[in-house]
Each structure stands twice: as structure tokens, then as C-alpha cells.
Design a protein around this ligand. Structure first.
Ligand code: PBG
Ligand code: ZN
Length: 282
């Protein structure tokens, strides 16, 4: 992705300091392990890449907010967001086996020092399972940000390349939402996750789903609401700007303003540091 890189643990402190300089003090971490396997075992290991990264960020600045993405797609050799039954001959995520490992992964993030865990796999029951495992280990105070309404979107393409997490067979439509279904489905997903104990909710992607974001806002006032301005949305603007076809600054500020207007309390964006610089210079 233009302007984005995979960052090794030894360079993380420097990146955090540069961002903090312009006022960006919250981060979401995605891990890419040296070795992938069918169960994504690196993701649950106390010395896994993400656990090391959490500790490195906290060491660089104990006061920054560390959110971790809780999922398996970057850690599994097949690239799916859970444990896959490969002998059925079709794409088949084993929901309950995945819940057990998700609980384990989230707990290991908590133990490494994460401030918020953010399950992103749209696995049924993921919030409840993680809540139970955190509560049972003394982390009842740790918030869960659920990717509650996440669509099976073409806009994730650049991220999958950057994070080496494209599914090796099949697609994610068995667990992510169908873009063609009415927004009522998103409201039901949000209600379920809140009942299971989610503290914050996310809608993803952003631009093509501002109607969903706005309806979630209206139906769940007071619930902290995040939106994820995803890789494809970012790359489209970057590519056009590189060609001189669009004014990047004006376009980005307009897009982020629209996300805010539609009801987002928080915006996850690859432009965070850039926007902070623009606003500072203004
Ligand atoms: C998967 C995950 C995805 C993104 C982050 N984590 C989506 C996917 O590959 O299905 C996409 C982020 C982006 O496009 O910026 N758990
Ligand atoms: Zn995933």
C-alpha cells in the first residue's frame, strides 16, 4: 500500500514517537508472523509477533492506547479468519473450535498489555467467548471493540496484500456480511454483540456503508461507534492523487468529515498521522 509499511518490532518505538509528536496516540496492531500454520499458533504465543509488538509499544510510551486486532487470517497458512475443516471439500470454518482459540488469543493480548481487544473475524459468538475468557483471568475491565458489522468487501484487497492474508481458497462470505442485504442485518449483528458484552462497535468498510453507520448510530445512541476507513478506500485516493487527478488533502478531509457526520465516534484510518499533520499546519 502506498505510504504504508510492515514495521519490525525494533523500529516500532520510533514510529510511535513520530505519531505521538503530532498528537496521534492510539494504535491498532496487526501481526504478521515469520511462520504460518493451519491453526495460526503464533497468534496465541506469549512471544508471538503481536505480543512482542504490544510490549514494544508500551515500552516506547506507556500512555498510548494499544488496540489489537484479534483474528487468524494473518497467522494461518490458508488465510481464513478461523480454523478450517478442510476434509469437507468446501470452505468450512469450524465455528466452535475457532471460538476456543480466539479466547486464547485475546487473553494473550491482554496479558501482553493490550488496552482494548478488537475481534475482527465475524465468527458467531466471538464476543461472548472472549468476554468469558477475559473475565475468568482477571481482565473484566478490558474493553472489547467488536467488528460487529463487517462486510465481505472488495475494498480489503490492498490490506490483504500488505498483510499477506488473502484466503488461499474460497472467500470470506461464510462469515462476513453480504453487501447486498438490507441494513437491518447489521443492526441485528450489533444487537447480538452488545448482548454478548461488546463495549464498542465497528462498521467496516466506511464509504460504501455510511448508511449502515448512520442507522447503527440512530438505533444505538450512546454506544461508542467506530468506523474503519479501509485499505481500498485509501488506495483509490492515493492512486488518483499520484496521477494528479485529485486533491488528496481536500478529498480525505471531506471523506473523514462524512464519516463523522454519519455518526462515527472513532475513525480507523491509514491517514491518521497525515491528517494530524494537515490539521496542525492549518
Ligand atoms: C481480517 C481483516 C480485514 C482487514 C483487517 N483485518 C479484512 C479481510 O481481509 O477480510 C481489512 C483492513 C483494510 O482493508 O484496511 N480480519
Ligand atoms: Zn481475519
Amino acid at each position: 500500500m502506498p505510504g504504508q509499511s510492515q514495521i519490525s518490532v525494533d523500529l516500532l518505538g520510533e514510529v510511535i514517537h513520530q505519531a505521538a509528536e503530532v498528537g496521534v496516540r492510539g494504535f491498532i496492531l496487526f501481526g504478521i508472523p515469520a511462520k504460518k500454520d493451519p491453526t495460526g499458533s503464533d497468534s496465541c504465543h506469549e512471544n508471538g509477533i503481536i505480543q512482542q509488538a504490544i510490549r514494544a509499544v508500551k515500552k516506547a510510551d506507556p500512555d498510548v492506547l494499544v488496540i489489537t486486532d484479534v483474528c487468524f487470517c494473518e497467522y494461518t497458512d490458508h488465510g481464513h479468519c478461523g480454523i478450517v475443516n478442510q476434509n469437507t471439500g468446501r470452505m468450512d470454518v469450524d465455528n466452535d473450535a475457532t471460538l476456543q482459540l480466539l479466547s486464547k488469543q485475546a487473553l494473550s493480548h491482554a496479558e501482553a498489555g493490550a488496552d482494548i481487544v478488537a475481534p475482527s473475524g465475524m465468527i458467531d459468538g466471538m464476543v461472548g467467548a472472549i468476554r468469558q475468557s477475559l473475565d475468568g483471568a482477571g481482565f473484566s475491565h478490558l474493553p472489547i471493540l467488536s467488528y460487529a458489522a463487517k462486510y465481505a468487501s472488495a475494498f480489503y484487497g490492498p490490506f490483504r496484500e500488505a498483510a499477506e492474508s488473502a484466503p488461499q481458497f474460497g472467500d470470506r462470505r461464510a462469515y462476513q456480511m453480504d453487501p447486498a442485504v438490507d441494513a437491518g442485518q447489521a443492526l441485528r449483528e450489533v444487537a447480538l454483540d452488545l448482548r454478548e458484552g461488546a463495549d464498542m462497535i465497528m462498521v467496516k468498510p466506511a464509504l460504501a456503508y455510511l448508511d449502515v453507520l448512520s442507522q447503527v448510530r440512530d438505533n444505538f445512541p450512546g454506544v461508542p461507534l467506530a468506523v474503519y476507513n479501509v485499505s481500498g478506500e485509501y488506495s483509490l485516493v492515493k492512486a488518483a492523487a499520484e496521477r494528479g487527478w485529485i486533491d488528496e488533502r481536500a478529498t480525505v478531509l471531506e471523506m473523514l468529515t462524512a464519516m463523522r457526520r454519519a455518526g462515527a465516534d472513532m475513525i480507523f484510518t491509514y491517514w491518521a498521522v497525515q491528517v494530524a499533520r494537515w490539521l496542525k499546519d492549518q
